[in-house]
Design a protein around this ligand. Structure first.
Ligand SMILES: [Zn+2]
Length: 243
């Protein structure tokens, strides 16, 4: 797909590994097509999503957990073929987002000019950091679209936003409105799972999710596919054709 080369996509993850389980297939698929994918992790999930490291006990410190999470996320990013990964190092559980971070994200939109953005959904009763990340990601997008923001810097267009699948989709009112066929990059996604030692309990769970969405993808399309990744849209799809 030569016309795809050089296009960009942005992935905003609340914690350092969320993108691996939920968007790893999309990242690998688009990187393979020549896109530059940037991943931003607002926090490292050091407090709330690193239970295995804390349970190991003796000598564990917040700094050690943070460094391990950075190493794991970088390893996953490399396996998936992302162009770059940034860590904003906000606290997690609870996350609080100052205005300077919203503006930093808006600057990312302006410099990257992504075709699409992947982030969390707007509801998650199990995890307040996830909807907050979604809100901030969308707020920064709208700021980057504003003509008056940093005039005369050119505003961005209207990149589509796709919300990735939460851990318990029914409670989050998640609707799988788009199923991406990630069969051809599944091996990379699974390998990226296996680079996340702190959350080993997720490896098989998200393998089952991929298989289930793959089966549903085949059922909804008639296409031969094994693994899928589901997304929910926010904005209208604008097109001049139904199919
Ligand atoms: Zn998370």
């Amino acid at each position: 797909m030569p016309d795809q080369v050089g296009k960009t996509g942005l992935v905003v993850s609340a914690h350092s590994a969320d993108f691996v389980w939920r968007a790893g297939g999309a990242i690998a698929l688009y990187a393979k097509r020549g896109w530059k994918i940037k991943i931003i992790c607002l926090s490292l999930g050091a407090r709330g999503e690193s239970a295995k490291m804390w349970r190991e006990g003796k000598g564990v410190t917040l700094e050690k957990v943070k460094q391990a999470r950075i190493d794991e996320a970088r390893a996953a990013s490399d396996i998936l073929g992302a162009d770059s990964i940034d860590f904003y190092d906000l606290q997690d559980y609870p996350m609080r987002v100052p205005d300077e971070i919203v503006f930093r994200l808006a600057d990312e939109y302006r410099s990257l000019r992504p075709e699409w953005v992947l982030t969390h959904g707007m509801e998650d009763p199990y995890n307040a950091d996830h909807p907050l990340t979604s809100q901030v990601t969308q707020e920064a997008r709208v700021i980057a679209q504003a003509h008056g923001h940093k005039y005369p810097e050119p505003p961005i267009g209207a990149p589509q936003v796709f919300m990735f699948e939460p851990h318990q989709p029914e409670q989050c009112n998640f609707k799988p409105q788009l199923i991406l066929d990630i069969s051809e990059v599944w091996a990379q996604k699974r390998k990226a799972f296996e680079s996340q030692a702190a959350q080993e309990y997720m490896w098989d769970y998200y393998t089952h999710v991929g298989l289930n969405r793959g089966t549903q993808g085949a059922r909804n399309s008639g296409r031969r596919m094994i693994y899928g990744e589901a997304y929910q849209r926010i904005f209208s799809l604008v097109t001049d054709t139904f199919i």
